[in-house]
Design a protein around this ligand. Structure first.
Ligand SMILES: NC(=O)c1ccc[n+]([C@@H]2O[C@H](COP(=O)([O-])OP(=O)(O)OC[C@H]3O[C@@H](n4cnc5c(N)ncnc54)[C@H](O)[C@@H]3O)[C@@H](O)[C@H]2O)c1
Length: 535
């Protein structure tokens, strides 16, 4: 469980601030020293006298381990907790660590009577200064956030801690459909999966469906988390990575795997991976025993921002992509942004193109925010990543809620995809990443929006520059206009050979329409000759 740990020197105010913070956050408060005293049946001072500092540190380590496995709480830690490397690791991995900074003289002034402090016997001032000097760097490397307490009241410090935590807290985004569910977005929350699944569904067992790359990275954490929460994992079914696994045959093998594992109607499928796994495992869940719950655990930027939300599941057929599938809403989506740390640059770039698409659909504020965050997002800064994923999830949630079965407004999510699909088709689905094709398609859709709806050209220039800042790769290749036009007719989304385009009347206001042949061919010729590309 993801605790809030307060660390810092004695007198920093960990207990007082901790209690205020716990009340504010609606969480239990735990004083680790009090836990140690309760366990040992004697005060800290006596533990030092009978077992020495080493004995106390051992008891402290045991208490921290025990607390780390308890339900979420605000935990005030002893000043020396950071001395052991194992403790530092456990603190950082089982919660968010806040260092309350205080100087030695101020700490002493706050403590007053030092007789209960075994480390300060003798020259209290000298001891306090040298102990704090020795620990300072350890506090800093352990903390996710530092809050200076100098000259501030406990209430003021609690308020600043709450603010700092806000940037680290999980965000919960509801998706209102026939079967409503939540998207939980946060960092290092994969190990919370088991308790969330257990409390939501109380499943008889779970089958995890994943690909070989993702299995290597995250399957152990997911299995351990489910098992610890009392959800037996009856099988981890692994397919090779990539689109080639999204087939009817592979879905059949996975269904057989579910039968062999004994998964019953009270069980759950956990889809752990990118959009391929989300679509494939979602489809398996939709048809297994006429439907068992699926929990989506997306691990690519594209899946966290787009494919895991909305309940579209599918496999590809020899005749085309996503030609067989079902609408099957997940029971829960858990998006851990820490899983994105290992994502290769090419996959990152694929997701970024969809983020730009969403900002255009969400409106001018979203686009302006994304432009501001772009340099940070390009280097995967945590706060920027989380904001971008949240913007996309909120937008998709609102669109899906209004059009669960893809009969209207949801079509707007295809912005940039008409040209994008055509050039993927012309490239034979190799050598061009989906994100590159979408980026090109976005720029084309904006040019067409200008020609047909009078959308200002300046937006196009902004988007080209945004794509550059984000480092989204662009398609260099060009195909003749008539070949692109022909490929557009072959797209399954075109009605009787006439392609449909999502165009923008203005930022945040899209419309889906067919475009007259002459205008379309003129725009395609300009694209093909790169006439509109910036120098
Ligand atoms: N259902 C929908 O609404 C929807 C929407 C958009 C796209 N899609 C589908 O999504 C699919 C594309 O999804 P994708 O781009 O996520 O591809 P993907 O699932 O193939 O993942 C891309 C690659 O990244 C690897 N990977 C995944 N997570 C990783 C991690 N955390 N670290 C390192 N490597 C990791 C995978 O093993 C794979 O090789 C397509 O099939 C598309 O049709 C569905």
């Amino acid at each position: 469980m993801s605790h809030v740990y307060l660390i810092g020197f004695m007198g920093a105010g960990k207990s007082t601030v901790g209690e205020l913070l716990a009340r504010r956050m609606g969480l239990p408060f735990v004083d680790l020293d009090a836990e140690i005293e309760r366990e040992a049946g004697m005060p800290v001072r006596r533990i030092f006298e009978t077992s020495g500092e080493e004995g106390f540190r051992a008891a402290e380590e045991r208490a921290l381990h025990a607390i780390s496995e308890q339900p979420r709480a605000v935990v005030a830690c002893g000043g020396g907790i950071i001395l052991r490397e194992d403790n530092r690791h456990l603190l950082r991995t089982s919660g968010t660590v806040v260092y309350l900074a205080v100087s030695a003289p101020e700490a002493l002034a706050r403590i007053g009577d030092v007789s209960g402090r075994p480390l300060l016997v003798g020259d209290a001032k000298g001891m306090a200064t040298s102990i704090l000097d020795a620990r300072l760097s350890l506090y800093r490397v352990t903390a996710h956030h530092t809050v200076d307490t100098h000259g501030r009241s406990a209430e003021e410090v609690a308020e600043e801690v709450a603010r700092a935590l806000g940037s680290h807290e999980d965000r919960v985004i509801p998706v209102a459909t026939d079967r409503s569910y939540e998207v939980i977005l946060g960092r290092d929350i994969l190990s919370d999966l088991g308790s969330r699944v257990a409390s939501l569904l109380r499943p008889s067992s779970a089958v995890v469906i994943t690909d070989a790359v993702v299995a290597e990275l995250f399957s152990a954490t997911v299995e351990a988390s489910l098992a610890a929460a009392g959800v037996p994992v009856s099988a981890v079914l692994t397919v090779p990575p990539g689109e080639s696994s999204k087939t009817w045959a592979r879905a059949g093998e996975l269904l057989d795997g579910c039968v062999a594992s004994g998964l019953d109607r009270g069980g759950v499928v956990v889809a752990l991976g990118g959009g391929v796994i989300g679509d494939l495992a979602g489809f398996v869940a939709a048809v297994y025993m006429r439907g068992v719950p699926v929990v989506q655990v997306p691990t690519t930027l594209l899946a966290q921002t787009d494919s895991a939300i909305g309940g579209k599941t599918a496999v590809d057929l020899p005749g085309g992509k996503n030609l067989a599938g079902a609408f099957w809403q997940p029971s829960l989506v858990l998006a851990d942004t820490a899983t994105l740390d290992t994502l290769p640059d090419a996959e990152w770039s694929n997701g970024l193109a969809e983020v730009v698409k969403t900002a255009l659909l969400a409106g001018s504020d979203s686009l302006a925010r994304l432009e501001k965050a772009a340099p940070h997002l390009a280097v995967r800064d945590e706060a920027a990543v989380r904001d971008a994923v949240e913007m996309c999830v909120r937008h998709k949630a609102s669109v899906v809620s209004g059009d669960e079965r893809d009969a209207g407004v949801r079509e707007s999510l295809n912005l940039g995809h008409t040209l994008g699909h055509a050039i993927e088709l012309l490239a034979g689905f190799s050598g061009i990443a989906h994100g590159e094709a979408v980026a090109e398609g976005l720029v084309f859709a904006l040019a067409l929006s200008h020609d047909v709806l009078g959308m200002p050209d300046a937006v196009l220039a902004r988007v080209e520059s945004l794509l550059d800042t984000l480092g989204v790769r662009r398609v260099d290749r060009r195909w003749p206009a008539d070949e692109v036009r022909h490929a557009m007719s072959r797209d399954k989304k075109s009605s009787s050979g006439r392609p449909r385009f999502v165009l923008l009347e203005e930022l945040g206001r899209s419309t889906v329409m067919e475009v007259d042949e002459e205008t379309l061919m003129r725009a395609l010729l300009a694209w093909s000759r790169q006439e509109r590309r910036r120098a």
